[in-house]
Design a binder for this molecule. Structure first.
Ligand code: GLA
Length: 632
């Protein structure tokens, strides 16, 4: 034992507390699902948000105009429920009592009540139309538009203090106002206030705003104060619970994939942005899509990945670009992304309304099993995404990212269906039906996404692989010690900055996180030379929580993955059921044959899969839960 390792426990003992009381062992079974269960988001939220269409220039007429169109076009009946106000609604924080004031010239109904201006008439109106209403705030003292807007456009007014409209230091008061007084049902919490207002920021230097030591540096995980950011959200969680006794609220995290939120957003919010803002530009859409597409295990009923709002209706996704618009919608549907329309629906042409209204695609997004699609084939040109639906069917999307047509071969293996049985395909754009056995070749045009519902005989007849049900798998501890940027995310030119600066370097953490059907570093799964087409790849020193929806047996073949760089590390695998030990392996190292790990799980609600490295810490070893499955 080194001196340091000897002294540390001694110091803790001297302080009079035991080690376990000080730092709960994160690998100890929790016995319950620990991802966020507050609020109401068992399905990905659907609705409309003002930002992409209007930026800060929002008013009541624009908002209600789009809301009315959602009803008139039949979109409301198809599930679009949230009408969310984004940045631009606030006038100031009143000096006498710190109450937030509404920009009443833009929201005249706020003056139709006695006393202080209130959003209650507007939320009442939206509720009477059958909608839910959303509001917007910021973690810091100031908002994104105050940091970045280039005109005077609907920015808060008054003294420096009156223009501090964000939640910082006021979160309970504001959340009470939004939910208990004004009757909102959702809140988007942005983060520019804890990122932009450095002492040397021009608008701080010239006295417009107070400085606030940044907690987030978008370009650097190590310069971000992750515990402090989490603590701000924990406060918000408490206030939301306090001021929403019926639990009917939705919390949208908007810190753009910074501060490693892609690993913990699922623990504190209902939806969590995985990247910076989308713009109506094909390449930017790719960036946002890439930031979520390999993160299926981090999305579950109640806690979804959010690659940002739809930009259908503008630029590369307008009515002259229906192929691109359809791809954008199909990909968001497959990823269980929130379907939040960002268009001025008063002016949106029918072919685009038809995309928003495609009931078959909406059904894929809103499928009750809540499984985000998993990549079954990957390349920089064509990708095949497969999503397991509640009735055992698969949704499959073939996405051509490139500029040349691709004759793509879709196989029964991609779908985890048997090769010698007919597989029925139903085209979700055209309604055309077809079938094939073993494989079929499909022409995918540039930027096109073909999307089908597929049914066939399942390869695993008596159960479901865990990688087919990511909605039931929570990487409570994913073994990542030092978060690293994900190099696989497409790096586009941010429209708002053009090519000023040095461009987009890898910046969204998540590399090394748990993956379905791949190692944490996106390699094929192998244990001791044996390949696994199905399985979960995760780093050692990890704990996965698995919800068991009525299965009787858990089976897997486990081991250190052949991709581990350090062949000397030893790992033991443990299974727990509702917090109690079920089974374990001996220590395994790279090259050892896969070990079978199985247990009866009948009547057990939560299974936990723990991989514990024997040796010291350090960046952990990839391990593979090969063919991990729940069986009848
Ligand atoms: C940030 C968010 C956007 C939008 C704007 C508002 O950029 O990421 O979605 O809310 O702020 O200013």
């Amino acid at each position: 034992m080194t001196l340091r390792r000897f002294l540390l426990p001694l110091a803790i003992l001297c302080a009079g507390t035991s080690l376990s009381a000080q730092t709960p062992n994160p690998l100890a079974p929790s016995g319950h699902w620990t991802a966020y269960q507050g609020g109401s988001a068992t399905l990905p939220p659907m609705g409309w948000n003002s930002w992409n269409a209007f930026f800060t220039e929002i008013d009541e007429e624009k908002l209600l105009g789009s809301a009315q169109r959602i009803i008139d076009t039949g979109l409301a009946k198809k599930g679009y429920r949230y009408i969310n106000i984004d940045d631009g609604w606030w006038l100031k924080r009143r000096a006498s009592d710190d109450r937030l004031m509404i920009r009443a010239d833009k929201f005249p109904s706020s003056l139709t009540v006695k006393g202080d201006p209130s959003f209650r008439p507007l939320t009442d109106k939206l509720h009477s139309m059958g909608f839910k209403a959303g509001i917007y705030s910021d973690l810091g003292r100031n908002s994104c538009s105050q940091a970045y807007s280039t005109g005077p456009a609907q920015l808060p007014e008054g003294t420096v203090a009156e223009r501090e409209v964000g939640l910082y230091g006021h979160s309970d008061q504001d959340i009470r106002l939004f939910f208990a007084d004004w009757g909102f049902d959702a809140i988007k919490v942005d983060g520019c206030g804890i990122r932009a207002f450095t002492p040397d920021f021009e608008r701080v230097r010239d006295g417009q705003y107070r400085p606030l030591t940044p907690l987030i540096d978008q370009a650097s995980i190590t310069r971000s104060n992750i515990p402090a950011v989490k603590a701000l959200f924990a406060d918000i969680n408490q206030s939301l619970a306090r001021h929403n006794p019926d639990g009917d609220y939705m919390l949208s995290l908007c810190i753009w994939g910074s501060a490693n939120v892609r690993s913990w957003g699922k623990d504190v919010g209902n939806i969590s942005r995985t990247s910076d803002d989308i713009s109506p530009n094909w390449n930017r859409m790719l960036t946002n899509y890439d930031s979520a597409v390999r993160r299926a295990l981090y999305a579950h009923p109640g806690s979804w990945n959010d690659p940002d709002m739809l930009f259908i209706g503008a630029g590369d996704f307008d009515a002259r670009h229906l192929t691109e618009a359809r791809s954008h919608f199909a990909l968001w549907a497959m990823m269980n992304a929130p379907l939040l329309i960002g268009a001025d629906l008063r002016k949106t042409p029918q072919p685009l309304i038809d995309i928003f209204g495609n009931a078959s695609l909406i059904a894929i997004n809103q499928d009750p099993a809540g499984n985000q699609a998993v990549l079954a084939f990957d390349s920089n040109e064509l990708q095949i995404l497969v999503k397991t639906l509640a009735n055992g069917d698969k949704a499959v999307a073939l996405f051509n990212r490139g500029m040349a047509p691709v004759d793509a071969v879709l196989t029964s293996d991609h779908l985890k269906f048997r090769a010698n049985h007919a597989i029925a395909l139903s085209d979700l754009w055209t309604g055309a039906k077809s079938d094939f056995t073993r494989e079929t070749t499909l022409r995918v045009e540039p930027r096109q996404t073909l999307i089908f519902r597929a049914s066939g005989e399942r390869a695993l007849a008596d159960g479901l692989y865990l990688s087919e049900q990511p909605g039931n798998v929570n990487p409570a501890v994913d073994g990542v010690v030092e978060p690293q940027p994900d190099p696989t995310i497409y790096r586009s030119i941010p429209g708002w900055r053009s090519t000023r600066g040095i461009g987009e370097r890898p910046m969204y953490a998540g590399w090394g996180g748990a993956m379905a059907d791949a190692t944490p570093y996106d390699q094929p799964l192998f244990i001791g030379g044996k390949a696994f087409a199905s399985g979960i790849g995760v780093l050692a020193n990890s704990r996965l929580e698995v919800r068991n929806k009525g299965f009787a047996r858990f089976t897997a073949s486990v081991g250190v993955d052949d991709s581990a760089l350090d062949g000397s590390q030893q790992v033991r695998f443990f299974l727990y059921g509702d917090g109690k030990p079920l089974a374990s392996t001996m220590s395994l190292r790279r090259g050892d044959a896969p070990q079978s790990l199985a247990a009866d799980v009948k009547g057990i609600a939560l299974i936990e899969l723990v991989a514990r490295a024997d040796g010291a810490q350090g960046n952990a070893v990839p391990v593979t839960w090969g063919d991990a499955a729940l069986r009848r």
